[in-house]
Design a protein around this ligand. Structure first.
Ligand code: ADP
Ligand code: MG
Ligand code: MG
Ligand code: MG
Length: 400
């Protein structure tokens, strides 16, 4: 185990070479740092002669966002590698394979997925991914069910909760998603054109109550091992394959937070279609996105229930009539509420999404921001009353 320091490209090559027989002995390795450098370094190491390659992701001891820098635990590299290993067991083929983890360097060496594209980019280019709803629902149903008290022995589950204590990354979520957007916080970041809507968030008492209740769930409900940051920038995709990356925010939290993250990011892209599709194709692509959301929820629900019916370990949960239906309805409601929170924060909070921010035309960008904010607020207000995923679809259709 080496002492921690941020690696240079040459050091990354030396470490890759020391991995027994991954690359040929005499390989001329090339190294490129491809991360965005805010929290982590990501090195792409390749041998052009053999065509072999791998990825090395190293946590930095600080987070850097809009010029500011604050310390951030390196333990998140351990959490990320251990979450990837857990997910690979429960959802085979849907995460990159971990080759090696070095605790001293906070370094994970993993499978290179460069033949995939980041899904956020894919949706901005109006890509269609026929396997996605099936793959992501497989991923979520398996990883969430088998780490919950429904699918995992309760003593074992409590030990696993201890393995994924992640207070610093949880605090980022608690502040940036559940607090700042609803207060006059210096962390907020919104355009002058929508200042009226952003300010209105600060005085909306009905919204504040719902967000406080969702925040309470995030703080207290150790329901299952979450990915914790399951947006479309954490998904690598092709029409044939889906791979979930970047689980450094993993911890035991409410299941709807992961499902809601996927849906929120589809809806942010839906709003961004103001720019990303031609007027005559917009409606069709938006229907594709909405249809995908319904498929994701319905397949997730069906698969989660099937795991439960076939492999549930909790005698009372398995045998109490009505329990499963109430449990699933609450998951739907949480999903809708968390999806709303995740949309709002991407418009007025610190960290935004390219689907909206990269719209060059000011008027279209403003329209997309208002649409996303409107949908987000409505979903938050809907959450505890929702009975079906169709109600989310109705909210979206009414939004414009
Ligand atoms: P961060 O936590 O800093 O967001 P990510 O794990 O999301 O880091 O990786 C950042 C970028 O590095 C990704 O968007 C992708 O371009 C690249 N990357 C990360 N993991 C892989 C991988 N396994 N294969 C190929 N590229 C990767
Ligand atoms: Mg990043
Ligand atoms: Mg990332
Ligand atoms: Mg990350």
């Amino acid at each position: 185990m080496s002492a921690y320091h941020p690696l240079t490209e040459q050091e990354a090559i030396d470490i890759a070479r020391s991995l027994s027989d991954f690359f040929p002995q005499d390989a001329q390795l090339e190294s490129r740092e491809i991360g965005d450098g805010n929290l982590n370094l990501v090195f792409h190491i390749s041998d052009p002669a053999s065509g072999k390659s791998l990825i090395m992701k190293q946590a930095l001891p600080y987070a850097k966002v809009v010029g500011e820098s604050w310390p951030l635990t390196l333990d998140r590299a351990r959490i990320e590698s251990e979450a990837l290993i857990t997910e690979a067991k429960l959802a085979p083929g849907l995460v990159p394979q971990v080759y090696h983890y070095d605790a001293g360097l906070a370094l994970t060496i993993m499978e290179d997925l460069s033949d995939h594209v980041i899904m956020r980019r894919g949706l901005m280019e109006n890509g269609r991914y026929p396997k996605f709803a099936s793959d992501i629902s497989d991923f979520m149903a398996a990883t969430l069910f088998y780490t919950s008290d429904l699918g995992l022995n309760q003593q074992e589950k409590k030990r696993k909760v201890g393995q994924f204590i992640n207070p610093e990354l949880c605090k980022i979520t608690e502040d940036l998603i559940f607090d700042d957007p609803y207060a006059d916080s210096p962390n907020n970041n919104f355009e002058a054109a929508i200042a009226d809507e952003a300010r209105a968030l600060q005085t909306d008492a009905q919204l504040h109550l719902e967000v406080a209740l969702l925040r309470q769930k995030f703080l207290t409900e150790a329901q299952a091992l979450l990915h914790g940051d399951l947006h479309t920038g954490s998904i690598f995709i092709t029409p044939e394959s889906t791979k979930v990356i970047d689980p450094e925010f993993a911890f035991f939290g409410p299941i709807g937070f992961d499902v809601g993250a996927v849906i929120a990011n589809f809806l942010l892209n839906y709003a961004g279609q103001e720019h990303w599709s031609e007027a005559d194709a917009r409606e069709d692509y938006r229907e594709y996105l909405l249809g995908s959301i319904v498929d994701i929820w319905e397949q997730f629900e069906q698969k989660f229930r099937k795991h439960w019916n076939d492999y549930g370990v909790d005698r009372l949960a398995n045998s109490t009539p009505g329990y499963q239906d109430i449990y699933m309805k609450r998951l739907l409601q949480d999903t809708i509420g968390f999806a709303g929170c995740k949309m709002v924060r991407r418009i007025v909070g610190l960290s935004h999404v390219a689907d909206i921010d990269k719209i060059p035309d000011d008027a279209k960008r403003e329209k997309a921001q208002r649409l996303a904010l409107g949908i987000g607020k409505s979903l938050i207000k809907l959450n505890r009353h929702a009975e079906s995923i169709q109600e989310l679809v109705n909210v979206v259709r009414k939004g414009h």
